[in-house]
Unconditional design. Structure first.
Length: 320
């Protein structure tokens, strides 16, 4: 029998033979996610043509690049602040400078690697390795992202659901209602009896953070700043492709951001473009305009997190 060596955080490591299926399954899941993202992107291109993609790419200009870089600094600072709060709640050390650099790095990796989450996996692993608590660091990253998504969903619902039936944005309100239903189903599934012990354990670990009004308020505030920065970038992208600015563009941006969180993408591309086309069509601006705006948004978002590549390069040099 193969020897079982101790693993970090008290979790026993599996023997090499037993661990092999676990290596295969994540690879298959990743391939399915990437394949689904490519399929969604191709279906979107077949529906609207390749012209909107070209329009979005050609719309990127120097002023929009500067805006993307500035908004990325704001969003990254707020997200790193949120991560530090959650990490400290788990008893992990994380300085402002380290959190800021690591978050830039993870956003860049999310943008250039499939599935859009591998940067967060790397961020958790590096932080956990430095703290000799990989499992706890992974929990902190997962919880930090979940809290951010919850605030984003709540903000989307708060903005879109109060719309009156006379508004041209009512279809987006129905989309927000669908998001609420999905969130409710997910919450109900999480509360199944088999998951309660896990949820209770996580609650005990995070209770010092989530029951402190100052910490919880800071997490919500940081998340709102992150969402607002991303929506502002979507507005910049929409203006860049020639669309007039109004409140409807910002509302559509909230829906598109929600679609961006779906992990069936290729570096963020896929559901985002499909959702943008559908949302713009619903509000009467045309699916082609939505795809063009989403394309410009994707390019500008990548430009905004490009400093993460510098972080990676400096880290490699420091290790060599």
């Amino acid at each position: 029998m193969a020897a079982v060596s101790p693993a970090p955080d008290g979790i026993a490591a599996y023997p090499a033979v037993a661990a092999e299926p676990r290596r295969v399954r994540p690879g298959i899941r990743l391939a399915l996610r990437v394949g689904a993202g490519i399929a969604i992107l191709l279906i979107t291109a077949l529906a609207v043509g390749f012209g909107p993609f070209v329009r979005g790419l050609s719309a990127v200009s120097s002023w929009s690049v500067l805006a993307a870089l500035a908004l990325a600094v704001v969003a990254t600072s707020a997200a790193a602040w949120r991560w530090r709060i959650v990490a400290h709640g788990y008893g992990l050390d994380l300085s402002r400078r380290a959190a800021f650099a690591a978050y830039y790095r993870s956003q860049f990796l999310n943008a250039v690697l499939p599935a859009g989450v591998l940067g967060d996996v790397h961020r958790a692993w590096v932080h956990g390795r430095d703290q000799a608590r990989v499992g706890v660091a992974a929990r902190a990253v997962v919880v930090e992202r979940i809290l951010g998504q919850l605030v984003q969903i709540a903000l989307t619902l708060a903005v879109l659901l109060p719309l009156g039936f006379g508004s041209s944005l009512v279809p987006l309100a129905w989309c927000a209602g669908a998001i609420a239903v999905v969130a409710a189903v997910a919450a109900a599934a999480a509360l199944l009896p088999g998951r309660r012990p896990m949820l209770r354990r996580e609650w005990i670990l995070l209770r010092p953070v989530l029951t402190r009004p100052a910490a919880l308020s800071a997490i919500v505030l940081a998340s709102v700043v992150v969402v607002a920065s991303h929506v502002a970038l979507f507005v910049v992208a929409s203006i860049a492709v020639g669309l007039p600015f109004d409140g409807g563009i910002a509302a559509v941006g909230l829906v598109v951001l929600g679609a961006s969180a779906i992990p069936l993408n290729v570096g963020g591309w896929g559901p985002r473009e499909a959702a943008a086309g559908a949302a713009f069509a619903l509000v009467g601006l045309g699916a082609s305009a939505g795809v063009a705006a989403s394309t410009a948004f994707g390019v500008l978002a990548l430009v905004g997190v490009a400093p993460g590549a510098v972080v990676l390069l400096l880290e490699r040099r420091s290790r060599s």
